[in-house]
Each structure stands twice: as structure tokens, then as C-alpha cells.
Design a protein around this ligand. Structure first.
Ligand code: CP3
Length: 351
């Protein structure tokens, strides 16, 4: 698997074409996912290794993507730390008792990943058996800042009033919370790799909420610690700071292999600022897939062109695929990358 397109591209090694996968590729836009989901809650699905395996494999068969990603959720970690979590239909994730006091913070558990999140490790093992050496399996976690945001807000939020209050009024509490989350994530990511995860992506979905100093202190610093603690030879580490693109230059401090870009960032600029330190992943606007397949093809070609000859590019959307995207459009995206990306390498060599 170390010679798969995806792993090689993550390490900026030459590949004959650009690999592609899609964030949230196992999800409601797939009729086959909705069919499984009709009989089970989302929670049952990620806690049952058979079901998690089934839906993890669906996008490989339907879209032919070049990597699989574990079917789970970033919020299993706060849940394992003792916070009651519910996924409400039409409302998304909600914590029953948002973390608002110092006492609640003291009561959080440190995660013993192989014990508390055994269902994840069982799912990883089963998925790896089912995959054979078809494509590599990506494990993942939420970044400390993003998990802290969910825990303190209690769910999705309009103004992020509570976490922002902590950031400016009780940065000591926020730092303490983030340190505790980071410790649990270190154990969790190591356990995922022990179970068979072949790459790890850290989702920092709320990085864009922070000011520059806050980004450095509450997002970057813990991610730096996490990356250093989980580094293993041959396992690429991907950091995706959604909306954190104002701070691209600060990312140069990180020992990551791949930086995920959202669609607000120009790949040419990103390559210039990071000066070839990282492979880059992304970054088509997920709503581009509402266009017709022929238009999707054109948008995708434009994206490929922005990544130059394509070496060190892992194609993806700039955020997760949306639940009402037509499967034909997702297929057009994947198919365009797989059939057209080789030509960019030839053009550059010839030119
Ligand atoms: O990428 C994949 O296919 C792997 C699976 C995956 C899920 N969630 C499945 C899921 C991954 C990597 C995640 C990460 C995740 N979860 C993030 C980070 C990525 C991002 O989008 O920024 C976040 C913020 C969450 C929290 C979360 N979980 C939200 C906000 C929601 C509700 C949104 C929605 O689409 O309803 C979930 C639920 C969730 N996680 C679903 C799936 C497939 C939908 C469950 C369902 O109703 O079937």
C-alpha cells in the first residue's frame, strides 16, 4: 500500500496521475447509503463494525475513489470523554450538557482509546480486511480546537458565543480543555494506526473562527503537539484547517505531510507560501457539484490546472460533499481527475 497513488502523492512522490477522494464520501447523497440508513440510526451505523464497513466501501464501488475513509464521526472522542451526544434528525449533533463550567471540565475523562473506542478499532480492522490492497484506509479525528468548539457550544452555533467567551475571558480554561482533548486524541490516533489506519486526517472545521493570535495558540499549537506525538514512518498526516487559510504561512511550522485547502484559497498562492513543504489536498467548491456533469468536468479541469503538473496534489473537494448532490456530478468529478490529470504531467514535461 505504500506504493498506492494516494500515499505516494501525500509524500510528494511522482505519480502517473492525481489520486482523488471526497470528504464525507460515504453519506446521504448516495442512495445505497440512504438504504442502509433507513434501517439504522447514524449512531448505530458507526458503532456497528459491519455497517461501518459496508458504507465505507460504497463510494469505492460507486465512484471508484482512490482512498477509503473510516465511517465514523469526530464527536466520538468528546462522547468517550463523558459527554452525552445525540444526532437529532434534521438538526445534526447535539451535546445534552454543553461544557460551560470548570467543574464540568474537571469531570471529563481521559480517553483510553482501545477500551472506550473499541468499536472504531474493530471497524478499522474489518474495513482493512474487506479492502485487501485495493486502496488505503484513512483514519481521522477532529482537531482540538474544533472539538472544544462543539463541546462548549453544544452543537452547531450561530455566533459561537460561548467558545468565544472562553477564548477572550477564560483562555486558561480553554487551554486546559484543549490540552485534555489533545492527550485523548494522541491515544486515539495511535490506536487507529495500530488497528490499521494508513493515513490520518485532522479536521479543523472551525479554524476560520479564530483571530490570528487565537489561531496560533488554540489551533496550531495543539495540532503541532498532536502531529509530533503520532508521527510514524510511512503514515501520512493531513491537516485540514477549514477557513484557516489566512494563516497559511503559520502552517509552515507544522510537521504535516499534507495540508487540506478549502476553495477560498488559490492553490498557486498556497504553493508559493508553503514553498513545497507539503502536498496539498483539495479544493473544488463542493457546491460546484450542483452544476451539470459537463460543467463539473470544466470546473474540475480548471482546478487541476491550478495545481500545476499535479505532483504532490491529492484531489478532493474544499469541504465535505453535500447531502443533495447528484451522484452523476460526483462521478464526473472523480472521473475527470482520473482520466485527465496524467495529461498535466506530460504537458509540463514537454513544455
Ligand atoms: O468522510 C467520510 O465519509 C467519513 C465519515 C465522516 C462523517 N463525519 C460522517 C457523518 C467524517 C470524516 C465526519 C467528520 C465530521 N463530523 C466533521 C468534520 C468534517 C466537516 O464536515 O467539517 C464534523 C464537523 C462532524 C460533525 C457532524 N457529524 C455534523 C455537523 C453532522 C451533521 C451534518 C449532516 O450532514 O447531517 C454529522 C453527522 C454525520 N457525520 C453524517 C455522516 C455521514 C450524517 C449522518 C446521517 O444523518 O446519516
Amino acid at each position: 500500500m505504500t506504493d498506492s497513488l494516494f500515499i505516494r502523492a501525500c509524500f510528494k512522490q511522482p505519480t502517473e496521475r492525481t489520486p482523488v477522494w471526497i470528504m464525507r464520501q460515504a453519506g446521504r447523497y448516495l442512495p445505497q447509503y440512504r438504504a442502509v440508513r433507513a434501517g439504522h440510526s447514524f449512531t448505530d451505523m458507526y458503532k456497528t463494525p459491519d455497517l461501518a464497513t459496508e458504507v465505507t466501501l460504497q463510494p469505492l464501488d460507486i465512484l471508484g475513489v482512490d482512498a477509503a475513509i473510516l465511517f465514523s464521526d469526530i464527536l466520538v472522542v468528546p462522547e468517550a470523554m463523558g459527554m452525552e451526544l445525540n444526532f437529532l434528525e434534521g438538526k445534526g449533533p447535539v451535546f445534552a450538557d454543553p461544557l460551560r463550567t470548570e467543574q464540568q471540565l474537571k469531570n471529563l475523562n481521559a480517553v483510553e482509546a482501545t477500551r472506550d473506542l473499541d468499536f472504531v478499532m474493530q471497524a478499522i480492522k474489518q474495513i482493512r480486511r474487506a479492502l485487501g490492497d485495493r486502496v488505503p484506509l484513512i483514519g481521522f479525528c477532529g482537531a482540538p480546537w474544533t472539538l472544544a468548539t462543539y463541546m462548549v457550544e453544544g452543537g452547531a452555533s450561530r455566533n459561537y458565543r460561548h467558545i468565544k467567551e472562553w477564548r477572550f475571558k477564560r483562555p486558561d480554561l480553554l487551554e486546559n480543555l484543549i490540552n485534555r482533548i489533545t492527550e485523548s486524541l494522541i491515544a486515539y490516533c495511535r490506536a487507529q494506526m495500530d488497528a490499521g489506519a494508513q493515513a490520518i486526517q485532522i479536521f479543523d472545521s472551525w479554524a476560520g473562527l479564530l483571530d490570528a493570535e487565537g489561531f496560533e495558540r488554540f489551533a496550531l499549537k495543539p495540532v503541532k503537539k498532536l502531529l509530533a506525538a503520532i508521527r510514524r514512518p510511512g503514515v501520512p498526516l493531513i491537516y485540514f484547517p477549514k477557513g484557516g487559510m489566512l494563516w497559511l504561512e503559520k502552517l509552515n511550522q507544522l510537521d504535516a505531510d499534507v495540508i487540506g485547502l478549502d476553495w477560498n484559497v488559490d492553490p498557486v498562492e498556497a504553493q508559493r507560501i508553503t514553498a513545497g513543504r507539503f502536498a496539498l489536498q483539495g479544493n473544488l467548491d463542493p457546491t460546484a457539484l450542483y452544476a451539470d456533469p459537463e460543467q463539473v468536468r470544466r470546473h474540475t479541469l480548471k482546478m487541476l490546472a491550478a495545481f500545476g503538473d499535479g505532483t504532490g496534489h491529492v484531489a478532493n473537494l474544499g469541504h465535505g460533499i453535500l447531502p443533495d448532490i447528484p451522484v452523476e456530478s460526483a462521478r464526473a468529478f472523480v472521473e475527470t481527475i482520473q482520466s485527465e490529470s496524467a495529461a498535466f504531467r506530460k504537458t509540463e514535461q514537454a513544455g
